[in-house]
Design a protein around this ligand. Structure first.
Ligand SMILES: *[C@@H]1O[C@H](CO)[C@@H](O)[C@H](O)[C@H]1NC(C)=O
Ligand SMILES: *[C@@H]1O[C@H](CO)[C@@H](O)[C@H](O)[C@H]1NC(C)=O
Ligand SMILES: *[C@@H]1O[C@H](CO)[C@@H](O)[C@H](O)[C@H]1NC(C)=O
Ligand SMILES: *[C@@H]1O[C@H](CO)[C@@H](O)[C@H](O)[C@H]1NC(C)=O
Length: 219
């Protein structure tokens, strides 16, 4: 009889413990699902470099036109952007050579702004350049294409209901080719990507730990 008593109490405690951990696990999972955020998707939509347009036949005008798209794909979270820093580079030896001979040719800043959920915005600017070896670049496009790179750095805070998250760094970039009419060689948008895999960027590790923890708790 005494044995029954002990094992009854044991089972009760175990059940209670199990439902407690189950609730905790489901709560963490739910929290993770609703707090999960995606960094904005940034892409170069359009580029025009008049100095590399063979019909113009002149490198007198040295500005570059850039059309950038910023896309908030989050279903229900707004994004506060800090000032967005953009830097352009030119590959002296073309895009697919080893990255020796990459020189900075322009930088500019887009002022910070707020973007609602599932909104896209474009930023179109003419940017002054410095130090482009224009003669070499004109030769490069005449031979096919010249290689460029754009890097973007900013920090964003997500608006979840009534509060703002802490800042998440967004550091992305992409190479692109320009052809002999001074346009980006591919018509499709060129997505800027981070060096680290997306999954590990933007504050995901903390949430990943939370999920792994909830799964362990569930088991
Ligand atoms: C290249 O320059 C010519 C002459 O100015 C102009 O008509 C043409 O539209 C330019 N090409 C592009 C792609 O803008
Ligand atoms: C381009 O301009 C140079 C002088 O600036 C001229 O000698 C040459 O003929 C021009 N080429 C074309 C295709 O118009
Ligand atoms: C950014 O560009 C300006 C000229 O527009 C230049 O004076 C400045 O040095 C550049 N900044 C960097 C970090 O290269
Ligand atoms: C953007 O540039 C400004 C001025 O150079 C600098 O203070 C800021 O830290 C930069 N932001 C990022 C995210 O790199």
């Amino acid at each position: 009889m005494a044995d029954y008593g002990v094992s009854d109490r044991g089972t009760g405690c175990c059940r209670c413990c199990f439902s407690f951990t189950l609730t905790l696990g489901l709560t963490s999972l739910f929290l993770w699902l609703s707090l999960r955020t995606s960094n904005p998707v940034c892409s170069i939509q359009d580029v025009y470099i008049p100095a590399l347009n063979k019909t113009e036949n002149s490198t007198a005008y040295q500005s570059i036109y850039l059309d950038l798209k910023l896309d908030n794909e989050n279903k229900d979270k707004g994004i506060y952007y800090d000032p967005v820093n953009i830097t352009l580079h030119y590959y002296v030896n073309g895009l697919n050579s080893d990255k020796i001979g990459i020189i900075e040719i322009a930088n500019y800043t887009i002022s910070g702004f707020y973007q609602g959920h599932q909104k896209k915005t474009r930023r179109k600017n003419w940017i002054n350049t410095y130090g482009v070896p224009w003669d070499a670049a004109v030769k490069a496009v005449a031979g096919g294409k010249a290689g460029f790179r754009m890097d973007l750095a900013t920090a964003v805070r997500f608006k979840i209901l009534f509060w703002k998250t802490k800042r998440h760094g967004v550091v992305v970039g992409a190479d692109f080719d320009v052809n002999d009419v001074g346009m980006k060689a591919t018509n499709k948008g060129t997505r800027l990507k981070s060096g680290v895999p997306e999954f590990f960027s933007g504050g995901t590790p903390a949430r990943l730990v939370l999920v792994v923890f909830s799964v362990l708790v569930l088991l």
